[in-house]
Design a protein around this ligand. Structure first.
Ligand code: TRP
Length: 460
């Protein structure tokens, strides 16, 4: 007897998938990428990438999941295309790998939330402001702090996933997503009063210079931020009921994800542009910007004592709704394929990923051997960076291209049409959708894979 897989209630899918999509990628990675790529035009290209590559692939993933009600490996077996279950295997490995280092950074946000509360209560002194960089450096190279917060975050994720689709994932995302939106909205409103607001809007929406590399970065990021290419959306799609519309749900998730990313940019750039130009040098793409620079800016604003803790709790919430989707992919595999009990699968895999993640946690300065490890030459440095490089440049694009090819070329058109039309009614854009999956998405992603292999580029 196999256990009940569970399913989402109304809006459950949209909120859970948006929760998966909205994460560190939106609030931390996208703003610094936009900053590095000179704003305006990069944002525009990114929007295009979301619409012509991200949205069609998201729909493809939902179709695979919902038509089979299975997690990726089992889904392709059920569709009688066992060769494509490689997508599922790759997805389980990718989920495992991404979660192992993502949880480390997510843990930092918890630490900084606590720090933020402390600063707000005790006062954020100029001595504190002057040593933010050193404090961050000391924190990420402190082994017990790194392992501790990583453990804490994995613990939170396990606690949610253990309660299953409805009682865990849906229940949490239904609470956290509105809260997240509310916090971010209030931060946006506050930032409208900062000096840098107008300049920030100009930077974000005025056309700017753009290079071919930025184009690729935009496509690559669209994948990461929408949680595509590794079966997370296939898995969540497998819990979606036939009453829900696939195109509308996918469009909503893409829209929410993009809105949140843009709002995060408005907040950060308003703060950044409130600082004199000479001091802005420090805001380049470094892993620590959010922790070494933002506090200074927050505490300089009226009402600053509320902003820093609110901001870090916001990021922690966003990260949690993402880590649970990564864990769910791995757990669902063991439930569907090996018939493990959910509680057992979650505990065992949560613990295993935690253990593996210790390597990343200690590779940011705590253990020289792990920090200096360079198996791929100058592509990456240290375990953390190497895993992020592999996932963003290899696993996700390869998974994405295979998914596009599968639904574009292999799955019969009548099959995909029938599935999309359940809960939606007749779908007039079916031809366009298949066209994007057949040609546009593989070409765009193929170009990424090509330039990673032959031109030695990297996009994380
Ligand atoms: N999309 C999340 C973010 O932007 C990260 C994430 C969650 C993810 N699940 C994923 C990325 C699956 C790739 C694949 O932070």
């Amino acid at each position: 007897m196999s256990q009940d897989r569970g399913s989402f209630g109304r809006l459950g899918f949209v909120l859970a998938a948006a929760g998966s999509a909205i994460g560190l990628g939106n609030i931390w990675k996208f703003p610094y990428m936009t900053y590095d790529n000179q704003g305006g035009s990069f944002v525009l290209v990114y929007l295009l990438a979301v619409i012509i590559v991200g949205l069609p692939i998201m729909m493809a993933e939902i179709v695979i999941g919902r038509s089979t009600n299975k997690s990726p490996v089992s889904a392709f077996l059920q569709l009688h295309h066992p060769a494509f279950s490689i997508i599922g295997w790759l997805g389980v490995v990718t989920g495992f790998v991404i979660l192992s280092y993502y949880s480390v950074v997510a843990g930092w946000t918890v630490h900084y939330f606590i720090k933020g509360v402390y600063w707000s209560v005790q006062g954020f002194t100029s001595a504190e402001a002057a040593t933010l960089g050193d404090q961050f450096g000391a924190f990420i190279s402190n082994p017990s702090a790194q392992i501790g917060y990583h453990a804490l975050f994995m613990g939170f994720s396990v606690m949610v996933v253990i309660f299953g689709v409805k009682g865990g994932i849906e229940r949490l995302t239904k609470i956290l997503m509105p809260v997240l939106l509310l916090i971010l909205l209030s931060l946006v409103i506050v930032s409208m009063w900062s000096e840098g607001f107008t300049e920030a809007m100009g930077f974000l929406f005025r056309p700017s210079k753009i290079s071919p590399d930025s184009l690729l970065e935009a496509v690559g990021h669209a994948f990461f931020t929408l949680s595509l290419g590794m079966g997370a959306i296939i898995t969540y799609g497998s819990y979606m009921t036939k009453k829900e519309s696939i195109p509308r749900s996918a469009a909503m998730v893409c829209l929410m994800d993009t809105l949140i990313a843009l709002m995060a940019c408005v907040v950060m750039f308003s703060l950044i542009y409130s600082v004199p130009a000479v001091e802005r040098e420090q805001f380049s793409s470094s892993i620590g910007v959010m922790f070494t620079t933002l506090p200074k800016l927050f505490y300089g604003l009226p009402g600053g004592i509320f902003l820093a803790p609110l901001f870090y709790i916001l990021v922690a919430f966003a990260a949690l709704t993402s880590t649970i989707s990564l864990l769910e992919v791995v757990v669902a595999f063991f439930i569907d394929q090996l018939n493990w009990h959910r509680v057992y699968a979650t505990l065992v895999m949560g613990l295993t990923i935690f253990a593996f993640g210790i390597l990343s946690a200690l590779s940011l300065g705590a253990l020289t051997g792990l920090s200096a490890w360079q198996p791929l030459g100058d592509k990456s440095k240290g375990v953390f960076d190497t895993l992020d490089y592999l996932a963003s440049n290899w696993f996700l694009p390869v998974g994405g291209i295979l998914i596009a090819i599968f639904v574009g070329w292999v799955l019969p058109k009548v099959f995909s049409r029938k599935e999309v039309e359940k809960g939606h009614g007749s779908f007039h854009l079916h031809g366009l959708w298949i066209f994007l999956l057949r040609f546009v998405a593989p070409a765009a992603i193929g170009w990424i894979v090509y330039s990673v292999i032959f031109l030695g580029k990297s996009y994380n």
